[in-house]
Design a protein. Structure first.
Length: 67
């Protein structure tokens, strides 16, 4: 089942002007980030944890966006 990352994308855009900047801080390419946000690639545990830190996600937001 493909996840909808629309809300996560909005959260990223709320903190970062460009997806490229978020991808760089996350340590992945913008192409890889695009695949993840399209639901075509899985998020690793490390990427989820780093995203939570970068975006100041609450535990509820982590559950909402990733699970």
């Amino acid at each position: 089942m493909r996840r909808d990352y629309t809300e996560l994308r909005k959260k990223i855009r709320g903190k970062y002007l460009k997806l490229e900047d978020f991808a760089k801080d996350l340590g992945i390419s913008v192409g890889t980030l695009t695949l993840k946000l399209a639901g075509k690639s899985e998020w690793s545990r490390m990427e989820i944890e780093r995203t939570a830190i970068l975006l100041d996600l609450t535990p509820d937001e982590i559950l909402e966006y990733f699970f």
